[in-house]
Design a protein around this ligand. Structure first.
Ligand code: XIL
Length: 360
């Protein structure tokens, strides 16, 4: 009955993955200088998709070389973990988290509550009682399973409406429809019970861009933080997704102000999911790469000069694999180039910028 979200996993691809693991984990013996990232003042990480981890050892080796933190891109989402009700499948998540642990790297948990990546049986829930029950059960199971190995969780992801000034501040989801905003309190309480030592975060996008829509998003985020705190619920950090969009330039002042507001509430922040959506930028790769590097520079400049983030991570590591090729392919048919390394795993100007901010 279960449908694995990783398609076409063959014995060959699993063996190739084992090869990646072996190559990566034995590398320190052969070439120590290349296998531990240089010392960074902020941990640098990237999300790794299980299929690529298994099948592309060169790509996986790039994570080994550069990342202080390696974590699953999709393997900790609900549909990957509990596709059928009550049947938890930890194979993919354990693969990547185990890999990170084996290499003595940090990891990160993304995510318990999201409006999408949900199996049909969850999407079709209509009763508040049932929603609460399955939500608590899922979080207890998953957070409990990884307690001690996953130090931080995006407890909720993208709960703020794309434009909070439009039809309400919060994004529609099965959780909102059945439980309203209390689903956030329920999720945080369940996560705190099952993983009492883990950092608990809210993760969302467009928190650093210009314009009234993004200002409204920052305000909505602060509302959520205060709401949890007023209820006595611990909230440790905000994940500030860095899905940068050239249509929405960086609001350096707004971003700095937002980070200071978080600080005054005793809440830290991480820069998560960094990439630049280049689908409308000119096809010329040099122009595109310079533009993207500059945009990342502006974003990091505002953030780092206000307060250092708890980590900085990118959504994937090389242009070889990016979600943007699927959802927003370059409109002139060029290959998307949103990440710090190109599709041949060579560093781009964006990587130089990132390194500058990481340098001790
Ligand atoms: C994306 C993954 O990269 C894709 O592989 C998947 O098909 C859909 O989800 N914001 C998030 C991430 O919080 O979980 C999303 O990841 C990208 C946008």
């Amino acid at each position: 009955m279960r449908q694995n979200s990783v398609k076409n996993l063959t014995r060959r691809s699993v063996l190739a993955g084992a090869g990646a693991l072996t190559a990566a984990t034995t590398l320190p013996v052969c070439a120590p200088a290349q296998t531990m990232p240089r010392k960074h003042r902020v941990p640098f990480g990237a999300a790794l998709e299980y299929q690529h981890f298994l099948e592309d050892s060169d790509y996986t080796a790039l994570f080994v070389e550069h990342c202080d933190m390696i974590f699953p891109m999709n393997a900790l989402k609900w549909e990957a973990l509990q596709y059928n009700q009550g049947e938890f499948d930890y194979l993919q998540a354990e693969g990547i988290i185990g890999f990170a642990e084996h290499l003595d790297r940090a990891t990160y948990g993304h995510t318990f509550v999201w409006y999408t990546a949900l199996p049909d049986w969850v999407q079709s829930i209509t009763s508040a009682r049932q929603a609460k029950k399955v939500l608590i059960n899922h979080i207890h199971n998953v957070a409990g399973h990884f307690a001690g190995s996953v130090p931080a969780w995006d407890v909720v992801n993208e709960v703020i409406a794309h434009d909070p000034r439009d039809k309400g501040e919060w994004r529609d989801s099965v959780w909102m429809r059945t439980l309203g905003l209390s689903h956030i309190d329920i999720a945080f309480a369940a996560a705190a019970e099952a993983a009492p030592n883990a950092e608990l975060a809210i993760n969302d996008y467009d928190l650093g861009s210009v314009g009234p829509r993004c200002q409204a998003r920052r305000e909505a985020m602060l509302t959520l933080v205060r709401r949890l705190q007023d209820r006595g619920q611990r909230i440790d950090s905000i994940g500030m997704q860095g899905h940068l969009d050239p249509d929405f330039p960086i609001d350096q002042e707004g971003l700095a102000r937002f980070i200071r507001e978080l600080q005054s509430l005793g809440v830290g922040y991480r820069i998560t999911e960094l990439d630049v959506n280049d689908w409308k930028l000119p096809s010329d790769r040099y122009v595109r790469d310079e533009f993207s590097a500059d945009m990342v520079d502006q974003f990091l400049d505002a953030a780092f000069s206000t307060a250092l983030p708890l980590s900085l991570s990118t959504w994937g590591l090389s242009d070889r694999y990016t979600w943007l090729s699927e959802v927003m392919p370059h409109r002139k048919g060029a290959k998307n180039r949103p990440l710090p390394f190109d599709e041949n795993l060579q560093p781009k100007p964006m990587f130089d910028v990132i390194q500058r901010y990481l340098a001790v």
